[in-house]
Write a protein that binds this ligand. Sequence first.
Ligand code: CTP
Length: 205
Amino acid sequence: MKILITAGPTREFIDPVRFITNSSSGQMGYAIAAEACRRGHEVILISGPVQIAPPEGIEVVNVVSAADMAEAVKSRFPACDCCIMSAAVADYRPAQVCEQKMKKSPGNLFIELERTEDILKSIGAVKTDRQLLIGFAAESENLLENAAGKLERKNLDWIIANKLSDGFAKSTNACVVLGRNGEKIPFDKRPKTELAGALLDLFGI
Ligand code: CTP
């Protein structure tokens, strides 16, 4: 299979030196990419800024912002059999990016944020029956309800739901995987490298 995998955070710049981001490490996406490659699949990894060496044998496309990631994913998805969106994409970006470094002034600063594109929703809207689409949901409350809503809204085949306290920015993860046919499969805590194999087994990849 030809598999597109996204990983890591995005950066949304405020000015040339400041940006909004999150603490995603990219470890889950890189582990899935390495395991898929080991199984003989052709893997394209679209990666936000992370501290992980690029895995051998994998085409890595480095991106910075949610807009870059959207462009990279949408242009490649039609030629792929499967997309696994593990990236922690920013939902908002500064409405204006200052060209010069912002100077401080007395009083509070308010930065207007605008929504970024929901990449997974965009490709869910154009996915064909032969393409497999898999997303992630990192939640701090109402894990299964929120994940089930995302599975439906984004037209996914599977969603990997994890509590923020379990997996975000850690080397281990516990999760529950929900499927479009009502499947609900728990995976107890284990290294992300091991979880990657168990997930690919479940997805038949
Ligand atoms: N995602 C995406 N594009 C975005 C935001 C998220 O493709 N702009 C993808 C992520 O890669 C992940 C899934 O959507 O696979 C996460 O769903 P989302 O609803 O965006 O989760 P949150 O960002 O946590 O948002 P919410 O505040 O709705 O919980």
